[in-house]
Design a protein around this ligand. Sequence first.
Ligand code: HEM
Length: 146
Amino acid sequence: VVWSEQERSIINSIFSSLDYNDAGPKALSRCLIVYPWTQRYFASFGNLYNAEAIKSNPNVQAHGIKVLHGLDRAVKNMDNIKATYAELSVLHSEKLHVDPDNFKLLADCLTIVIAAKMGSAFTPEVQAAFQKFLAVVVSALGKQYH
Ligand code: HEM
């Protein structure tokens, strides 16, 4: 993957101004609410009975933050995202048995959360760079499955 200087600076600026503790829980809970079949992987998280329960579930909140910090690693290694996620890809496929289609769903939920936070600053150029970044992450996480 080739990144332009503009793409690099967009990705860095999105993550440097991101409130992980807010965006992480919002993105994961949105995914669990909009795509309820994703709940099956989080049986140990306790009450996911409805949207309110999901949003206020402390395990969901903590895991959302953890996932966003997982993305940090890609931001810091933009030229080597595949290798960066080799281990996480094995974990999600072999141990957690997560259907790789779900990576895209969570990525889309994160895009919506970021778009809502940025408002008019989420220009088409910003969206293009962000979605390109997430597409590379999704592909790297799914690599172990092919
Ligand atoms: C665990 C990242 C997508 C299900 C994790 C961990 C990270 C992570 C960093 C912690 C690994 C560890 O403890 O060593 C990501 C990223 C994703 C993603 C960056 C995509 C952008 C998903 C999706 C699902 C999922 C879509 C399911 C629908 C899980 C589960 C765990 C986990 C069940 C273990 C949770 C636990 O019991 O603590 N993920 N993940 N992940 N992930 Fe993901």
